[in-house]
Design a protein around this ligand. Sequence first.
Ligand SMILES: [Zn+2]
Length: 316
Amino acid sequence: MRPTLGAATLLDRQSHKRHDAPYLEQLRAGAQAKFLVLADQKPVIRTNAERTEATIRWFSRDQLLRLGLPTADALFLGVDRVTGGGCFAVAVTEHRARNAPGGLELLRPIVDLRTLAMQGAMSSEELSLLGQAKALAAWHENARCCGHCGGTTLVKDGGWKRKCWACGQEQFPRTDPVVIMLIVDRAGDRCLLGHEARFMDKMYSALAGFIEPGEDIEHAVRRETQEETGIEVGDVRFHSTQPWPFPHSLMIGCIGIAKTTEVNVDPNELQEARWFPRAEVKLMLEGKHPDGLWVPGKQAIARALITAFVEGWWQD
Ligand SMILES: [Zn+2]
């Protein structure tokens, strides 16, 4: 199984054309150009009354002009493979969206991407495109000033670069690597799941943590697991990855084989962690656990790892 939020492949990104300002302007002004809107990084969508179906709400440049929303620094997402039109994202504050003339009618509903991913009413292709737009917009929010001299930075390359007007330093959108690991015992009968204070009640998931400078994936898996639970990990097997736009991470999913079994939780990181036998994990996946314990939904790579454990993926 693959998580619903994945690589954004709906559009042709045309990354090699981003530096071509006249080409981007031609796309932006083209009749087929369309723009999605993020308000405080939450997408404006279209949905039916029952909220069982959702799609991205696209706007024309004229519509955005009438709403008083800027398109000059619109983020270039790529080109529609069918129409050849340019697709862009415009990021504004929710306050601005709500106060735009006609905004209350047109710029709604505004739904948080995580909620959208959990509801399962939008196609994974569109969700992933929104993830691309959101991660890019989140980076811009925090890159307004130059990290070198503190000068103001300007948007370049359709939003794929910022350049300091004072010293010329260039910045590029960041992706932060995170390891997410499901630790299994040596016999392969049990896996280690944790519950963080910020999690919803009774939800358990795989452990995770940021990769540090000078560290490889395997080391990060072993270090984070040791820090959070006291468990020593030996073999680390790569499983899959997922872009995670909260705010702009790349989740690197691994299965780690434990060398020890005694759990010693760091209360600053986790509320609880314990070993779960396969049959119990299966019930959690199916939503049938007698105590109501559950695992993340299909939007998350954690579920793919947990499913891999139940199916004995790494034992092949
Ligand atoms: Zn500078």
